[in-house]
Design a protein around this ligand. Structure first.
Ligand code: C2E
Ligand code: MG
Ligand code: MG
Ligand code: MG
Length: 285
């Protein structure tokens, strides 16, 4: 599994494959320095609340502003961090940085819930609940304003342990979201057993547009609501999907149609624009 993920990390370099392959061991060695030198940067992608048409939450998505390779996407280094154990430092850094950003936004009157992605290795790490607790305490952000996003495969990597840690996190008051829902190998039946607050339906189900109204997606949405879970449709690229996403009962929408992930300052400008303009004109009712 890890070997496969590492391969994914190799092939996505936009320079030549040769250069990419030779730079991988280098990247591994550079990651600790990257954290210390502030080369990691978090982009924030807003989610639209479909009931109020307000942006109430954002997802933290890490990037690495590498001095020579340029802006690296998480797929290029998160798997490396997972394979080497660096993920603990990476996750702690993202948690701390995203929560202090959330605190700064709150102080300036923007109250946004923050979502942070957590990897399989984090979930197997007994210190995770304590690290989450202290990051919350340092920021002063209430636990229910933090959502942790995990994929099915991360939870199922060690189901018993994963469920146990998720329950501990949830007891802290943190919200738990199942990311990329529908792409894992587990069955819908797991939804009932896992301690969850939210599911994010993977963008692959949207297809070219009306995928949200396919039988499978409607079933996923219906079942999730039946279990009292919030539903986010992720990866919505076109506003033409809006009606079907709203009609099947999704609570939130996220994707390029609304906004790509943005740096903190850009997001502030974007939020100010949204507050004035709101939905694109054809969708305003
Ligand atoms: P994810 O959590 O499922 O995040 C969604 C990914 O889809 C993000 O890619 C986002 O930029 C992209 N996306 C958003 N809207 C659209 C859209 O409309 N169309 C398309 N095609 N893509 C869209 P990104 O930022 O490259 O992140 C990829 C994955 O890396 C994330 O998937 C998440 O699993 C992981 N990741 C990101 N940040 C972190 C982190 O801080 N820690 C850990 N452990 N993993 C992270
Ligand atoms: Mg996510
Ligand atoms: Mg996702
Ligand atoms: Mg994903």
């Amino acid at each position: 599994y890890e070997a496969k993920r590492t391969t994914v990390g190799v092939v996505v370099y936009d320079t030549s494959v040769d250069r990419a392959q030779s730079s991988v061991p280098g990247l591994l060695l550079e990651l600790p320095r990257a954290i210390q030198n502030d080369e990691l940067v978090i982009y924030y992608q807003p989610k639209l609340d479909l009931n109020t048409h307000q942006v109430l939450s954002v997802e933290a998505l890490v990037r690495w502003a590498h001095p020579t390779l340029g802006l690296l996407s998480p797929d290029q280094f998160v798997p490396l961090a997972e394979a080497t154990g660096m993920i603990r430092q990476l996750t702690s850094w993202v948690l701390g940085t995203a929560l202090s950003q959330a605190a700064a936004w709150r102080a300036s009157g923007r109250s946004l819930r923050m979502a942070v992605n957590i990897s399989a290795r984090d979930l197997a790490d007994a210190t995770l609940p304590d690290r989450v607790t202290s990051a919350l305490a340092r920021s002063g952000i209430p636990a229910d304003q933090l959502t942790l996003e995990l994929t099915e495969s991360a939870i199922m990597a060690d189901e018993a342990r994963g469920t146990e840690v998720l329950s501990q996190l949830r007891e802290l008051g943190v919200r738990i979201s199942l990311d990329d829902f529908g792409t894992g190998y587990s069955s819908l039946a797991y939804l009932e057993q896992l301690p969850l607050d939210e599911v994010k339906i993977d963008r692959s189900f949207l297809g070219d547009g009306d995928g949200a109204e396919s039988f499978i997606v409607r079933s996923m949405a219906k079942m999730s609501h039946h279990l009292g879970l919030q539903i986010v449709m992720e990866g919505v690229e076109k506003w033409t999907s809006y009606d079907s996403v709203a009609r099947i009962g999704c609570d939130e929408l996220q994707g390029f149609a609304l906004s790509p992930p943005l740096e903190a300052l850009q997001l502030e400008d974007w939020l100010d624009g949204w507050a004035v303009e709101g939905l694109p004109r054809p969708l305003q009712r």
